[in-house]
Design a protein around this ligand. Structure first.
Ligand code: HEM
Length: 391
């Protein structure tokens, strides 16, 4: 049985300051079948909100991640690059093309490999905290901590020499500061980073080291011209996502101080905030039925990750922040073949970022009431513009 008369809604874009997750999501989940939404460009796409339906969409081979297919949903302010634009941007490829990249990268993100990065991550976090403490008794935790830490960690992962880390950090910051930078500045930052990454690949070709780029070059399954796209993807996928989780997690922990120092808060923060709510965009390439709803070939699909992670059939009292629950089946990292490659790194980074922050600044507190915090929702990722704190 398929539902022929779906509910049609405007695409649920959030404005700064509006609560999260949007209250409408509950209503969408209760609606039989799927909800059809109008996108800002006039196109329509199916919204998928139930946990089991999101997992079904993300594992169905008749549903594609490739943005060059007609009907791929265009949401948010940032377009999704195609292979023609950035070769090696493998999150936009389907099996089997996608698998070559994934296979080459998996060894770089195993629990064991990431464990080896721990001392470098701890050093990076300590250096940021030293700088914050030296600067006085207040800070913007987004600009001074949450954004630089992941960027510096990725530069370590990629083997960026310490002398270039400031350049790298400043350009990645421009890229994610939608309010503080113009489109032209962001375009320049992308070009500069791509140029820099290409140069770095050239250097590693001549003088290989013990780093991710050198190992990928030696393995040979990714061509040098694809490698810069792969590295750009790691950089973009791993920066603001992690930063937003760190900042939102700190706010949540300050509001629930009984969980400070408990590492289980990491997993629950990922579920609770689901910052990558509309990252897993898809399009059907064949007719497919999801939740009794016929989705036609060429229809866009938007699995809403935050909705799935707040589905009462998968999580008891989902709007409660409860690190004691078992939240590992959340879909904050997506699901299926594109499930986040960086998740082991994220967990270690968040754990160190929270632990050290509260250990070294135990009396840290918000400098504005949390209802005054300005929420950043550019249509792709959810986070905070700023997080003023004092101690
Ligand atoms: C994919 C979330 C951090 C690298 C994804 C996807 C999600 C996600 C939802 C699936 C996209 C899709 O289905 O189309 C997150 C969150 C993060 C985070 C919430 C932080 C809290 C990172 C980090 C890295 C990374 C630190 C690496 C340095 C990737 C890559 C993919 C990906 C390469 C594409 C995987 C593929 O297509 O096979 N991430 N991510 N992510 N993520 Fe993450």
């Amino acid at each position: 049985m398929t539902h022929s008369d779906p509910m049609v809604v405007d695409f649920p874009t959030r404005k700064p300051g509006v609560s999260f997750p949007p209250p409408d999501y509950g209503g969408y989940r209760e609606h039989e079948g799927l909800v059809l939404s109008r996108l800002s460009n006039g196109a329509r796409a199916w919204l998928v909100t139930r946990h089991e339906d999101v997992r079904a969409v993300l594992t169905d081979p008749r549903i594609s991640s490739n943005p060059s297919h007609k009907g791929f949903p265009n949401v948010g302010t940032v377009g999704v690059p195609t292979q023609e634009q950035i070769p090696g941007w493998f999150v936009g490829l389907d099996s089997p093309e996608h698998d070559r990249f994934r296979k080459a990268l998996i060894p770089e993100f195993t629990v064991r490999r990431i464990r080896g990065l721990r001392p470098a991550i701890e050093r990076t976090v300590d250096e940021r905290l030293d700088a914050m403490l030296a600067a006085g008794n207040s800070a913007d935790l987004v600009a001074d901590y949450a954004l630089p830490v992941p960027s510096l960690v990725i530069s370590t992962l990629l083997g960026v020499p310490p002398s270039d880390r400031d350049f790298f950090e400043s350009r990645t910051r421009t890229l994610v500061s939608l309010r503080a930078s113009t489109d032209a500045q962001r375009e320049t930052a992308v070009k500069e980073l791509l140029r820099y990454i290409k140069r770095l690949v050239g250097i590693k070709q001549k003088w290989p080291g013990d780093d991710l780029i050198s190992r990928l070059l030696a393995a040979g399954s990714i061509a040098p011209h694809e490698l810069s796209g792969v590295l750009m993807l790691l950089l973009i996928a791993g920066h603001e996502t992690t930063a937003n989780n760190i900042a939102l997690g700190v706010v949540t922990l300050l509001a629930n101080p009984e969980w400070i120092g408990d590492d289980r808060a990491v997993e629950e923060t990922l579920r609770f905030h689901s910052v990558a709510d509309i990252v897993s965009l898809r399009v059907a390439v064949e007719d497919v039925e999801i939740a009794g709803q016929l989705i036609k070939a060429g229809d866009g699909i938007v699995p809403l990750i935050a909705a799935a992670n707040h589905d009462t059939s998968a999580f008891e009292c989902p709007h409660m922040f409860d690190p004691a629950r078992s939240a590992r089946h959340h879909v904050a990292f997506g699901y299926g073949i594109h499930q986040c490659l960086g998740q082991n790194l994220v967990r270690v980074e968040m754990e160190i970022a929270y632990r050290k922050l509260f250990e070294r600044i135990p009396d840290i507190r918000l400098a504005t009431p949390d209802e005054g915090l300005s929420i950043k929702y550019d249509g792709v990722l959810y986070g905070l513009e700023q997080l003023p704190v004092r101690w």
